[in-house]
Design a protein around this ligand. Structure first.
Ligand code: NAP
Length: 254
């Protein structure tokens, strides 16, 4: 666990962003830190990258700490939440962001490719939300933001596992929103289109050109453009928005 920027005056809210060592999660962590949250930066294997995010937050006067845990595993999630509570306090804002791809055509996809993606992208959201809701219910306030994908809204060849996990995230968010709304806990999904991160770095020039043709705004999105929407959903301004799946894709799934 790496930790930085702790001050005497604790901010009001603690945010956990799963998978925030890189990409979209990193941008969300920086955004939530900038709006006064103490941020738990979770990673699975890139400890140095997570430590760097914590340092970036500390440099701007924010509070953050890094926590290693595979959020697809129940025992690790239990440990993660105990460590965050001891270090920063109970989680007020949960951003279920950690995700992977293991693309393959259905006939070539093996069970490991299916199970790894479902476990990391969907089971993780169940495990973390369950751990977070326990204390949110007691405090009668909470924000859960579940990162989905346009692939889960419109489907994408070669991604039956990923699309199933991301469509599952939307159903999960809607059902949970109905369960916990009476406690002033909102649950929403954000479905990004193609965003420039390590996850999309392997696109060749031809694939990228074909992709841009399908996007009304004719460009890939930036992680900060997802973080802006997540930051809004985490704020008091979004208190009356719950159970929604907000697509942020530059007009790709139109
Ligand atoms: P990325 O750059 O590959 O980063 C993935 C992050 O998730 C890393 O911080 C990684 O940690 C973490 N992670 C992976 N497996 C984990 C596990 N089991 N436990 C904890 N952390 C884990 O991906 P990204 O593009 O930022 O994507 C972030 C989310 O947005 C994902 O849910 C993805 O499906 C979704 N999304 C992305 C796009 C896009 O175009 N990029 C589009 C739609 C949806 P380590 O660094 O330690 O490996």
């Amino acid at each position: 666990m790496a930790r930085s920027g702790l001050s005497e005056t604790a901010p009001q809210r603690v945010a956990l962003v799963t998978g925030s060592s890189r990409g979209i999660g990193r941008a969300i962590a920086l955004r939530l830190a900038a709006t006064g949250h103490a941020v738990a930066v979770n990673y699975s294997s890139h400890a140095d990258a997570a430590k760097h995010v914590v340092e970036e937050i500390a440099e701007t006067g924010g509070i953050a700490a890094a926590f290693g845990a595979d959020v697809g595993r129940a025992d690790e999630v239990t440990r993660l939440f105990a460590e965050i509570e001891a270090e920063l306090g109970p989680v007020d804002v949960l951003v279920n962001n950690a995700g992977i791809t293991r693309d393959d055509l259905l006939l070539r996809m093996d069970e490991d490719e299916w199970n790894d993606v479902l476990r990391t992208n969907l089971t993780s959201q169940f495990l973390c939300s369950k751990a977070a809701v326990r204390s949110m219910v007691r405090r009668r306030w909470g924000r859960i933001i579940c990162i989905s994908s346009v692939s889960g809204v419109a489907g994408n060849p070669g991604q039956t596992n990923y699309a199933a996990s991301k469509a599952g995230v939307i159903g999960f968010a809607k059902a949970l929103a109905k369960e916990v709304g009476s406690r002033s806990i909102t649950v929403n999904a954000v479905a990004p289109g193609f965003i420039e991160t390590d996850l999309t770095a392997d696109l060749g020039d031809t694939a990228q050109a074909a992709l841009l043709d399908r996007i009304a705004l004719r460009r890939l999105g930036q992680p900060e453009e997802i973080a802006a929407v997540v930051g809004y959903l985490a704020s008091d301004d979004a208190a009356y928005i719950t159970g929604q799946a907000i697509v942020v894709d530059g007009g790709m799934a139109l």
